[in-house]
Ligand binder design. Sequence first.
Ligand SMILES: NC(=O)c1ccc[n+]([C@@H]2O[C@H](COP(=O)([O-])OP(=O)(O)OC[C@H]3O[C@@H](n4cnc5c(N)ncnc54)[C@H](OP(=O)(O)O)[C@@H]3O)[C@@H](O)[C@H]2O)c1
Ligand SMILES: *[C@@H]1O[C@H](CO)[C@@H](O)[C@H](O)[C@H]1NC(C)=O
Length: 319
Amino acid sequence: MLTLLVILLFLAAIVAFLFKFATTDGDFTLISKGHAKRDEIDGKAVWITGASRGIGEILAKQFVNLGAKVILSARNVAELERVKNELVAKYPSSRVEVLPLDLASGEEPLKEAVQKAESFFSGCGVDYMVHNAAFERPKIKALEETEEGLRATFNVNVLGTINLTRLLAPYMLKRGKGHFIVMSSAAGKCPSPGQAMYSASKHALNGYFHTLRSELCTKGIRVTVICPGPIGTSNSGSSEKRVSSERCAELTIIAASHGLKEAWISYQPVLLVMYLVQYMPTIGYWLMDKTGVNRLDAAAKKGNTYSWKLIFGQKKKTT
Ligand SMILES: NC(=O)c1ccc[n+]([C@@H]2O[C@H](COP(=O)([O-])OP(=O)(O)OC[C@H]3O[C@@H](n4cnc5c(N)ncnc54)[C@H](OP(=O)(O)O)[C@@H]3O)[C@@H](O)[C@H]2O)c1
Ligand SMILES: *[C@@H]1O[C@H](CO)[C@@H](O)[C@H](O)[C@H]1NC(C)=O
């Protein structure tokens, strides 16, 4: 009788676990943290690239809501001003600076931008650097990518981002504290059929920033690498089920304020694929090989490129 009870409880626990895993929107460590630590954010200076729209804009709003001072960067000054005006209208006591910046413009403009960012808010310095800007990510077959696309992707996502880091880190080291939040991607962990260059650039970021942390963590520098799957922004416009950009920003701030080193944000099946590729690569890569061509087809038809159907093969539509 007791054995039966134990077995039943065990089965119930497994069912509850599977249900949780099927419906969650982040990795287990991240979800277990619950809420952002406000005292890690309140009063801090947060510099966000790619803050003119999408996830970056939402991140700026949530950081301000938690009491942070923010610096908004991107190329489009009018959009940055719009974001600033909306923030100041909603949070009249907030402190918001606009700092136009093209990450691909070479070293000098970045140097100037770093000096400016450090001088804002009576020279308190940047506490959080949120590397969120990225070059667009059209779905193109690996061998069809142009050199132009390759350069543009790497200049923004990798070289510009790393250059900015190398220029800013010395200021943080002098203060003995600083935190890099890096918007990578599930494509920075897994194969991403149709997005080879984007995936390569995000893998490069993961390699660089995890290494940077291993060198600087004893000197007060923290690094949080965020790997989102499909996120709903105004320009995503497709049929996939996506985690909202509000939830993505919320989970990003939870991860950073709890000092997590890496966090994954996604619904299924992408989250499952990430776990498989990380912990059972033989199975994970086998699955990705099965989905690769199907995904390219789905992308060409502007269909769902994150569907379970890609794994099990799509039925040919007779037209
Ligand atoms: N949305 C998703 O499904 C998803 C999934 C995984 C990861 N991510 C990552 O999350 C981050 C934000 O994504 P998102 O969808 O919000 O992107 P988005 O809507 O395309 O916005 C990109 C941002 O980057 C800025 N930017 C682009 N090129 C730049 C340059 N040369 N210099 C400075 N800023 C530049 C853009 O502003 P300007 O054009 O004004 O410069 C814009 O603010 C990216 O790193 C992306 O890779 C997104
Ligand atoms: C990065 O910095 C190097 C010099 O250290 C410079 O040659 C290169 O143009 C920079 N690239 C970008 C995209 O900032």
